[in-house]
Design a protein around this ligand. Structure first.
Ligand SMILES: [Zn+2]
Length: 295
């Protein structure tokens, strides 16, 4: 087998006085026909891929946690797959190194929601904790949903194994966990935004410093060629698709009308851009790659 070269994938930028680093965890390649989108025909999905000049057969879903550095705090938002995901993911630690960020310097890990691509980088399968000095902050409503024994007893199959994974990941971390609420300023300049639907406690974030603002969408939309263009479409893992759709429209409307910078966990790297409204659809305009974090 030919050896695979891994591209270094870290990108620094500024929001006022706050430094952001997008650090890629990797990708998952999904066949288009695997039921990823539950409410669109295969033909219309292929048409969307063709319009974006992407392969109509498969799609690369990217995973991009971000590090938010304020004066005092180094905050990692979401953690990628660790060693729990596909072989094409799990590069967060090596990319943090490339970015010059020591995992022991992370003071807080903030989780947007409890899907595997966001939480599994907290701890390796062998129990090794990956951010040993960090407080771990999770959305209160998300915790209540996944830790509810009644809910757990009613689900089965794939969904049951998702519940089980959440419990396995967090069990050794209980004494370092804190819950946060929507609207709360987690550290100076970083505020949790109510974004439920994808999961019950799913959370976006606003980063504000001086006159500059950035919205972190988390999973309000997945790949922009599909879900920014077609906000009605639902991914198979949306817990409440109708609520997720309402949340998606609310964010897309706010971001496009205020012309805000936006980062999306599943946007192509460095997962940063602006979103414009086009009739009843939207389009992501990726940011230009800059050689310096501030010009
Ligand atoms: Zn995700």
């Amino acid at each position: 087998m030919a050896s695979i070269e891994v591209n270094p994938s870290a990108y620094h930028y500024q929001v006022g006085d706050i430094s952001i680093t997008a650090v890629m965890d990797g990708i998952a390649i999904r066949p288009i026909a695997d039921g990823f989108i539950v409410n669109a025909s295969l033909d219309s999905i292929k048409q969307a891929m063709n319009e974006a000049l992407l392969s109509p057969h498969q799609i690369a879903i990217t995973f991009t946690p971000v590090v938010v550095r304020t004066g005092r705090e180094t905050v990692l938002i979401d953690t990628g797959y660790g060693d729990h995901g596909p072989a094409t993911a799990g590069f967060l630690q090596s990319n943090l190194k490339i970015a010059g960020i020591d995992p022991t310097s992370v003071t807080k890990v903030v989780i947007s929601h409890f899907h595997a691509d966001h939480i599994c980088g907290l701890i390796l399968k062998n129990g090794n904790v990956q951010f040993p000095n960090a407080e771990i902050l999770v959305p209160g409503p998300e915790w209540e949903f996944w830790m509810d024994d009644g809910e757990f007893s009613r689900v089965s199959g794939d969904i049951k194994s998702r519940f089980q994974l959440v419990r396995t990941v967090f069990a050794p971390l209980h004494d370092r966990l804190t819950h946060y609420n929507w609207g709360q300023e987690i550290v100076t300049g970083l505020t949790a935004l109510e974004a439920p639907g994808h999961t019950p406690g799913h959370t976006g974030f606003a980063v504000c410093s001086g006159t500059e603002r950035l919205v972190l969408l988390s999973d309000v939309t997945n790949h922009p060629a599909l879900f920014v263009r077609n906000p009605d479409w639902s991914v198979v893992v949306d817990v409440d698709p109708d609520l997720a759709r309402a949340t998606r429209y609310r964010f897309l409307d706010m971001i496009s009308s205020e012309n805000l910078n936006v980062a999306g966990f599943h946007f192509p790297f460095p997962a940063l851009g602006r979103i414009a409204r086009e009739g009843d659809r939207y389009r992501l305009y990726p940011s230009q790659w800059m050689p310096l974090s501030k010009v």
